[in-house]
Write a protein that binds this ligand. Structure first.
Ligand code: TYD
Ligand code: MG
Length: 449
């Protein structure tokens, strides 16, 4: 009997089963299994790698290609690494095609092939015209309106570009597979083929991927482990600025953020990143300013908290831009360490400007914002909070305290409340008063004497 060369794969999580099932046993999705034909053999085929002695391997710094966009360079960890496969994900309309078209026309002395299965060549040309003149010395840009992977590979052979952009992984598809474009096996096959191309020829490849709000479609999420770098647009893109975060980077710091402004001439590096997340007025009750280290950059961000008596039997806890579990811990600490009753209160916490703050060094400021709303008293303006909290209510030192203090000074703040343990490592900065503390009990006395 001929062995069937197909498998049923969940389009949500990638679970594979030899037979059809109504419900995915892995992620619990209903009706999400689709028959996919498996390709025989290993993609890429021939052996290309040879073993080498550790000592023989070159330790020279990785060369990087300057994108001539400082914020994008920063997100990538200093520029494009030749031979890397970079995934850029985000919701439709956020600016993925715009940004990569700009980058594609900016690389110095390097031609780029931009393959799009989403738009016609005319549409791309019109967008390029909106973006204005490319910077001096930029190489030729070649467009290809083709979604076939084989077509893209043939065009690479023909043009021999210095970089390749594929827009998008959901529309690109290989003729060697029968499944539909955007299906799990197509998306994965496209990514693996492009990875092999990148590694074999040292061609840097950008792959655009659409992500929906819940990130549930086949695509970017399933590719994160294959590609070298994963960049996502953060926030909902309703404002003028855009945030791109490197959630994975094999060649640089993860969590690095680039901050851009959407203008009539495309996405440009933001002139004053910290300023985008700060209030332009006096702080109101329930607001505080933290200096969070995102990647290698200190960023000042306003935190807003609202504590109100709950109307329902269950108190609501909503965290937007900050970790939900972290808020629960801080609230528990408020109850235990300061003896405040929080069970009857709804608590909402969010960051200004749609940026996500993942740094535990923001704990102290989150705590201060919640406490400020509870007391209904504003915290003195020009104050920045830095510090991680332990469950016991101790204020623990944070990495790079001196960078954070300097950023606060640069943005015109006059006072930094920070962990006493950080004090010996921070050089005095003109115009900044440092207030070291050891516990959250000291914090409350300091902000509301
Ligand atoms: P686009 O790059 O098409 O989004 P994606 O590829 O992520 O789906 O971005 C489209 C949005 O960007 C659209 O709403 C128009 C806006 N835009 C500008 O504001 N300025 C510009 O110069 C360009 C080219 C687009
Ligand atoms: Mg697009």
């Amino acid at each position: 009997m001929e062995k069937r060369n197909s498998v049923f794969e969940c389009q949500e999580c990638g679970y594979a089963s030899p037979k059809w099932l109504g419900r995915c046993p892995d992620c619990g999705g209903w009706n999400s299994l689709v028959e996919e034909r498996r390709e025989r053999g290993r993609p890429g085929g021939k052996r290309t790698a040879r073993p080498a002695r550790l000592g023989d391997i070159s330790t020279e710094a990785i060369p990087r290609i300057d994108t001539r966009n400082p914020e994008f360079n920063r997100t990538l960890g200093g520029g494009i690494v030749p031979g890397s496969l970079i995934l850029l994900g985000g919701e439709p309309g956020v600016g993925k095609s715009t940004l990569l078209l700009q980058i594609a026309r900016s690389l110095e002395g390097m031609s780029v092939l931009y393959a799009s299965g989403e738009e016609s060549m005319q549409q791309i040309r019109l967008r390029a015209d909106r973006l204005g003149e490319p910077p001096a010395g930029a190489g030729e840009l070649y467009l290809l309106a083709d979604s076939s992977l084989e077509g893209i590979l043939a065009a690479v052979e023909e043009v021999k570009p210095g970089a390749l952009v594929v827009d998008s992984v959901q529309t690109a598809c290989s003729e060697s597979l029968e499944s539909a474009p955007g299906s799990m096996s197509q998306v994965r096959h496209v990514a693996v083929t492009l990875l092999n191309l990148a590694k074999r020829t040292h061609l840097p490849v950008f792959l655009i991927g659409h992500v929906t709000k819940d990130g549930a479609i086949a695509g970017p999420k399933a590719l994160e482990h294959i590609v070298d770098v994963v960049l996502y647009f953060e926030g909902e893109g309703k404002r003028n600025h855009r945030i791109i975060r490197a959630v994975k980077n094999r060649f640089g710091a993860a969590n690095e953020v680039g901050i851009f402004e959407m203008t009539s001439r495309g996405l440009l590096p933001a002139a004053n990143p910290s300023g985008l997340f700060l209030p332009d007025r006096e702080l109101s009750a329930g607001s505080s300013v933290v200096c969070a280290l995102e990647g290698t950059r200190p960023l000042l961000v306003e935190i807003q908290a609202l504590v109100v008596a709950t109307q329902y039997s269950n108190a609501r806890r909503v965290a937007d831009g900050v970790n939900y579990n972290r808020i629960s811990v801080l609230v528990a600490m408020l109850e235990k360490r300061l003896g405040v009753q929080m069970t009857g209160s709804d608590i909402y916490v969010s960051t200004a400007g749609g940026i996500e703050v993942n740094d535990p060094g923001a704990d102290l400021g989150l705590f201060a914002a919640i406490f400020g709303s509870l007391r209904n008293r504003p915290i003195a303006s020009r104050t920045v909070f830095v510090g991680e909290l332990s469950l016991s209510g101790d204020v623990r030192p944070v990495p790079q305290a001196h960078l954070r203090v300097r950023e606060a000074a640069a943005m015109g703040f006059s006072r930094v409340i920070l962990p006493a343990g950080n004090l010996p490592l921070v050089d005095p900065v003109g115009g900044i008063e440092l207030e070291p503390i050891d516990t959250v009990a000291e914090l409350t006395e300091l902000i509301f004497p």
